[in-house]
Structures are given as C-alpha cells and as structure tokens.
Design a protein around this ligand. Structure first.
Ligand code: 5GP
Length: 237
C-alpha cells in the first residue's frame, strides 16, 4: 500500500511502500517544465501518458535483458519500482545533433553521430545540470571508474535497443537521457523514466517533432503528441 511521500520532483512524486522497504511508487504529475524550470505549465493527462509510455519501454528493455528498477504499472499514473539510490549523473545519448549540443558546440542540428555520442551531466538544479567528464563524475559521486564505464556501456546497449524499438513505429530517436541507481545489494539498475519528456523523437516520414520540444518550442499540442506516441507503442507486440 502507498506510504508517505518521500520526495517530490518536477515531473514525479515518489512514495514509500508500506511493508516493503525495498520498493517505491512513482506517481507521474501533469506538470511540464523546461529550461531548468524557467518555463512551466500543466497538461491534464500528461502524467498518464508518461507513466504508460515509460512502462511500455521499460517492459521492452527488461525483455531484452536490461536490468531496470521497473516492476509494474499500478494504475494510469503510478508505477511500482525497486528502490535505488540514484547516481546524480544524467547520461545523454545522441544519435543526431539537437538541443543543447547545437548551442554549446555550434554543431548543426541533424548532424549524425556515428558512433552515437554519450555525454554525462551532473544532476544538480542549482548548477543547471552542467556537462561533466568521467573524472568529474568520480569526484562528484561515489561511483568508481569501472562503474562509469559500465554505465556508458549500458547506455550504448539501451540506445541500440531503443533505436530499433522506435524505428518499428516510424520514429527516429534523436537523443535521450538516462538515469541509473543502485539497489540495496549494490546492483546497477536503469532508473527514472523514458518518455517523450526525456527523448527526442522525430516522425521518420515527416520529420515532425513528437516529444517535449513541442512544449519547449511552442510548436504543437503536447497531449495530442504524447497520445500519438502511446498509440504507436501500443501497437507493438
Ligand atoms: P539537451 O542536452 O539537448 O537539453 O537534452 C538531450 C536529451 O536529454 C533530450 O532528449 C532531453 O529531453 C533529455 N534531457 C536532458 N536533460 C534532461 C532533464 O533534466 N530532464 C528531462 N526530462 N530530459 C532531459
């Protein structure tokens, strides 16, 4: 049964689970934020879409042998996960240039990265999630160099799987962000969410942006877009 609120983030609330100290309930909110919280809005139904889309993707990754925190969906907006201590590093994988890298390094949008580019960011709102290297990660977290390499390898493997998954529903995966955590036994698990909030997804035929960029750039209806993504993914067996 749902216990006390442990933490409230920008997109999710995290609850304890009564009678199971090794599990948590993630409750997806309808709030949307961008540009480190400077742009804010609320979309009725967004929590449901991100919960159900994340469940679908984590279920697929689990079937492909990726170790994740996801256990099961509980209802439209909530899911049961294994409790982990989140490593405060955001791992971004880029197949094609978009977003911050185009501004930071002047790389033209849609430039293809082959092999895909893996970047690390320090998960810290006060510092606006700065780009870091492996040595910074070692200083800022308690992960050792071997674990950082393991995380990057896992991110590359997850990218290969997600590229194929999204391609099967006519979506190009431009980039995405992952977070990892350690469970009570010290196992490294994929954690957090994978949704249109955390991925850039472009329709393979029209090039249309079908992710949170519709909100960031005011170029479309977020709920209609997320609904279209869920419908496509629900067609995958
Ligand atoms: P960028 O570095 O271009 O802002 O983001 C690269 C990719 O990672 C995008 O798909 C973006 O949605 C995701 N991403 C990076 N940082 C965050 C974050 O703090 N929150 C969310 N929801 N997604 C992020």
């Amino acid at each position: 049964m749902k216990g006390d609120l442990l933490y409230e983030g920008k997109a999710k609330k995290v609850f304890l689970v009564e009678g199971d100290s090794q599990a948590l309930i993630l409750s997806y909110k309808n709030d949307a934020t961008a540009f480190n919280g400077k742009k804010k809005a609320n979309f009725i139904g967004k929590g449901k879409y991100n919960n159900l889309i994340t469940a679908k993707i984590f279920d697929y990754l689990h079937r492909k042998g990726i170790k994740t925190h996801f256990q099961k969906s509980l209802n439209d907006t909530e899911q049961l996960v294994t409790k982990t201590t989140i490593i405060p590093v955001e791992v971004v994988v880029r197949n094609v240039a978009a977003g911050s890298i185009t501004k930071r390094l002047g790389i033209k949008e849609k430039t293809v990265f082959s092999p895909p580019l893996v970047e690390l960011f320090y998960k810290n709102d006060d510092l606006s999630d700065p780009l870091i290297n492996e040595e910074h990660a070692r200083i800022l977290t308690n992960v050792d160099p071997f674990e950082i390499e393991q995380i990057k390898e896992a991110a590359r493997a997850i990218n290969d799987l997600l590229l194929a998954f999204f391609q099967s529903v006519n979506l190009q995966l431009a980039d995405f962000k992952l977070e990892f955590g350690k469970d009570a036994k010290g196992n490294l698990l994929l954690a957090d969410e994978i949704s249109p909030d955390t991925c850039r997804l472009w329709d393979m035929e029209t090039g249309e942006k079908m992710d949170k960029d519709v909100f960031r750039e005011d170029i479309g209806d977020l709920i209609e877009t997320y609904d279209a993504i869920l419908q496509r993914l629900e067609a995958v067996k």
